[in-house]
Design a protein around this ligand. Structure first.
Ligand code: DX5
Ligand code: ZN
Length: 220
């Protein structure tokens, strides 16, 4: 089944609560929250107080994507704020095994994300410790960028490994997903699709439905 995780980075921040509220009736499966620290990536977005503020407006799981240096320092803050899924970048943390185990012990689903230039081989040793693998299809740091088709072979490799090993790991792609590229991502093996601009740039319900339809069609 294809899941849609709209990124609220593309939402109107002047009324963020209302924008998050649109997602459940809009057919979303998760709420994707992009956390950027201005260090790991050249942009600064939201932290635990903002997540805690919008947490009560929806029952949808919060899919929190940490693009911050040494995320192990803040796990408890993000989980107490409401992160149901907490994803850290392989490139941002040295104590990865301990960090992923700590996320699970704190009651959240651990995820690991890899930048476009990071190989699947680099993340393989951690696949047994996560519930979700995020393959970036843009260089992390901004919404509205172009989808990188050249990342699709890595998505296929990850899908092959997950199925062969019989792992219960969701495969998420993030960056430049719209109703066209959703088909390519699903065909390569992704089952969770993050979309910011392609969802909040218009009628949320219709756009989520079109992205899901395009992905589902690509699988038939
Ligand atoms: C980029 C973020 C993405 C981004 C997606 O660093 O991780 O989640 O907000 O936005 P679009 O769909 O506009 O590329
Ligand atoms: Zn993201």
């Amino acid at each position: 089944m294809i899941k849609i995780s709209p990124s609220i980075l593309a939402a109107d921040f002047s009324r963020l609560g209302d924008e998050v509220k649109r997602l459940d009736p809009g057919g979303a499966d998760y709420v994707h929250v992009d956390v950027m620290d201005g260090g790991f990536v050249p942009n600064l977005t939201v932290g635990p107080p903002v997540i805690a503020a919008v947490r009560p407006v929806t029952k949808l799981p919060f899919d929190v994507h940490l693009m911050i240096q040494r995320p192990s320092r803040y796990l408890d803050d993000y989980i107490r704020a409401g992160a149901d899924i907490l994803t850290v970048h392989l490139e941002a943390e040295e104590e990865l095994e301990e960090t992923l185990q700590a996320i699970r012990e704190l009651g959240s689903r651990p995820g690991i994300a890899i930048k476009p230039n990071t190989s699947f081989q680099a993340v393989k040793p951690y696949m047994g410790l996560v519930d979700i693998l995020v393959v970036m299809t843009v260089e992390p740091g901004f919404g509205g960028q172009e989808f990188m088709m050249e990342v699709m072979p890595k998505v296929e490799e990850a899908r092959g490994f997950i199925d062969e090993a019989g792992l219960d790991v969701e495969l998420e792609v993030d960056g430049g997903v719209d109703e066209i590229t959703a088909g390519y991502a699903a065909k390569a093996g992704a089952n969770v699709l993050v979309a910011g601009t392609a969802v909040y740039g218009g009628r949320v319900k219709r756009r989520i439905a079109r992205i899901r339809e395009s992905a589902t069609k690509a699988l038939s």
